[in-house]
Design a protein around this ligand. Structure first.
Ligand SMILES: [Zn+2]
Length: 119
């Protein structure tokens, strides 16, 4: 709207800056009375975002994690800025895949090791 500058922080949040990269992001209240820093101007389809990272906007403007599986194919969501922040490492988005990679890494090491002598 016509508000300019840094006004008093509204209850539902507002434009904020990432403390790590300095880019603008949206500070939005969550159902749990805390708030999250969301990536602005971006609403990816929920099914393209890991379940633990989908925030959907509620009718009162607050956001909540959208853990419905499988998600509605047309549902859009918001993501936390930390996922897109250039100043922070990407968190582990797919823990089960990370586990699998670890298992495969150990398996590959075993294969590379010399075979134990057979009797
Ligand atoms: Zn940032």
């Amino acid at each position: 709207m016509g508000v300019s500058g840094e006004g008093p922080r509204r209850l539902e949040g507002g434009q904020s800056r990432c403390p790590d990269c300095g880019l603008p992001a949206d500070r939005v209240a969550t159902l749990e009375h805390a708030s999250v820093l969301l990536e602005p101007d971006m609403m990816p389809l929920a099914h393209t975002v890991p379940a633990d990272h989908r925030w959907i906007v509620l009718s009162d403007g607050r956001v909540a994690l959208y853990g419905v599986c499988p998600p509605d194919p047309s549902q859009r969501c918001r993501i936390e800025h930390r996922l897109a922040c250039p100043a922070r490492p990407l968190p582990d988005l797919w823990p089960w895949l990370t586990t699998r990679r670890g298992e495969n890494g150990r398996q590959a090491e075993r294969r590379a090791a010399p075979e134990p002598p057979e009797d």
